[in-house]
Design a protein around this ligand. Sequence first.
Ligand code: ATP
Ligand code: MG
Ligand code: MG
Ligand code: MG
Length: 481
Amino acid sequence: MRTAEIREAYLSFFEEKGHLRLPSFSLVPENDPSLLFTSAGMAPLKPYFLGERPIFGGKEWRRVTTCQECLRVGDIENVGRTARHNTYFEMLGNFSFGDYFKKEAILWAWEFLTERLRLDPNRLWVTVFQDDDEAYAIWRDLVGVPEERIGRFGEEENYWPGGAITHGPNGPSGPCSEIFYDRGPEFGTPDETGPNTGSGDRFVEVWNLVFTQYDRQGPIPGPGILKPLPQKNIDTGMGLYRMAAILQGVEDFYRTDTFFPLIEEVVRLSGRPYEGKASVPHRVIADHIRAVVAALSDGVTFSNTGRGYVVRRLLRRALRYGYLLGLSEPFLHRLAPLVAELLGDFYPEMREHLEATVRQVRLEEERFLETLEGGLKRLETLLSGLKPGEVLPGKEAFRLYDTYGFPLDLTVEIAAERGFGVDTEGFQKAMAEQQERSRAHMAFEREIFKRSAEALEELYAERGATEFLGYTTLEGEGEVL
Ligand code: ATP
Ligand code: MG
Ligand code: MG
Ligand code: MG
């Protein structure tokens, strides 16, 4: 089944079950400043779980189904390294706002997987929250899943949001039940005996059914109080690309129909073959360009703060992986039309804004490659000066960051490839000193500004206007990038 067919099968299945099909919401959350990007199908629908009336097209709909594009920057380290994580991905979902509950959600998920998609029921495993006897009984007695394939886990795995009872956040939450597909022992590690065990790729989580029935309130960290919501809700999320990989019988979702043409283009441009797991650069490039095109198509522009910064970071990361493949000229903008071709039927904004996207990507690439080249040369020189066992001094890592826009993770990654560590504490110290200097500088500027605009201009003329090419701390992530 092609990816588009799976998407359509899902949406029409839930339409048959009385759901209204809505188009994907934007990647940029409309009324939720707390959220950088839409990261799950339920995010744009949150008010309806809390009791706001779900009116669409002048009519009330208590059942809705969507295919939502999502961006999870938090998964960036996993991209290319696991066979199941993207930054940009699509999540299929069916939602109940105070309408049906656990029984229907579970029975329909099972029906869709085993009858519509014809997955082998013997390969499906499920998990429930440790205290959720109700969900356990539905799986065992109504669906007929054997007890040895039903796992009970704690709030980190089987409560949504993960660990919310203990750590927060406050808001709509509930126990969840996850469905896993067993790809077979050849994909696992010996310690992997079922979902959420071991460290292999054998049990792939494909679908999460969330029973949104509590409003978590109280101190953070907790323990919080779980106040029953006035209505019981259902929120589910099925990963489209994970499902595509399973149904297309490929061990690696970069080999599915909406990814592989991008991988092939990277192969063509670089002359470097694709070797699955060993080809992290190909994978990162294919993943990140999709995220960049999707975000720009939803109105984000490259910048040094907020969303624009995240997109800038994705582009730069992809470029640096390209550089590893010998792609030292701008090339990402050449992949953008392919992304629009592969995903544009469902996300027409990608086609609408393609020209502007290509232009912006190209400009951004040109600017960064100039600095990247300088920085890589500098880092090479520094690394070849190190003796085995030595680490790159934090001060030098900070200079690379400050002057060439090298985020620390990039320096650490490149150094590690050559067998060296980086003094990250020293980096943080240099960063803190710089922030102190910049605070003092800002105070000075504010002081000048109070006197006159001319005085400020004089000051700039004196120092020379320096363009900021480096990275900034991203608010909320608490991580120096
Ligand atoms: P995992 O444990 O594998 O990281 P998750 O529990 O974080 O997944 P959920 O938040 O439950 O994922 O999201 C619902 C579904 O969306 C998952 O079951 C999975 O199929 C899909 N999904 C989640 N994160 C990603 C990702 N980074 N890339 C692709 N698909 C994803
Ligand atoms: Mg996850
Ligand atoms: Mg999980
Ligand atoms: Mg999950």
